[in-house]
Ligand binder design. Structure first.
Ligand SMILES: N[C@@H](CCC(=O)N[C@@H](CS)C(=O)NCC(=O)O)C(=O)O
Length: 204
């Protein structure tokens, strides 16, 4: 059975949510999140990072890799467009943009303002980082005009990846009424039964 090391308010919600969407059975190993103010890779998981999974002896970290792996192994054609199609290209763009472009400035804001005690010394850095975070959200806003989800009307694992990044951006007050499509998209995601179940189980 898949084992997921989990702590609330971390990227491990992506994996818990996806497992609920897929209806795959799993075991949850809850750990206490250790705030990474100056030491890293020190979470109580086999990799030191959250999320981490173990599946039949395979240990994996990196939420994007875990999401792609789970969809490949357990998706049975669900939650991702067929390989080699233009839609698959867009799906991969969003999977990677969620963690590679939209989240990083948000993560810096979290790190400076919540995890460190000297964040106030970096006001100009925070301001520039906030502008970068807003640019990422604006890109999603523009692209969402043509459908309910990132790929149009079909929900996919890319929405699981982006959902966490946007919830984190909202948590840091990056998202407001300037982004109505993103706000509507987030409430659509939060109404999904699998998301609600994941939050109920995982907390936070
Ligand atoms: N790109 C990685 C980032 C993983 C990551 O940094 N996770 C955080 C929790 S959300 C963590 O484990 N932080 C502790 C640390 O940096 O040591 C992913 O998508 O899984």
């Amino acid at each position: 059975m898949i084992k997921l090391w989990y702590a609330p308010l971390t990227r491990s919600i992506r994996v818990l949510w996806l497992l609920e969407e897929l209806g795959v059975s799993y075991e949850l190993e809850r750990v206490e999140f250790k705030v990474p103010s100056s030491r890293f890779f020190v979470q109580d998981t086999p990799t030191g990072k959250l999320p981490t999974i173990e599946d039949g002896g395979l240990v994996l970290c990196e939420s994007g890799a875990i999401v792609e792996y789970l969809v490949e192994c357990y998706g049975e054609g669900r939650l991702a467009p067929p390989r080699g199609t233009p839609e698959r290209g867009r799906y991969l763009q969003w999977i990677h943009m969620a963690e590679g472009t939209v989240f990083p400035p948000v993560g810096i804001l979290v790190w400076l303002s919540r995890y460190r005690t000297d964040g106030d010394e970096y006001a100009s850095l925070q301001e520039a980082t906030r502008a970068r975070a807003e640019a990422g959200v604006q890109f999603v806003e523009n692209e969402l005009s043509s459908g309910q989800y990132l790929l149009g009307d079909d929900f996919s694992a890319a929405d699981v990846m982006m959902g966490f990044s946007l919830v984190a951006a909202r948590f840091m007050d990056v998202i407001d009424d300037r982004y109505p499509a993103v706000q509507a998209y987030l409430s659509r995601l939060e109404q999904r039964p699998a998301y609600r179940e994941a939050i109920k189980i995982g907390g936070g």
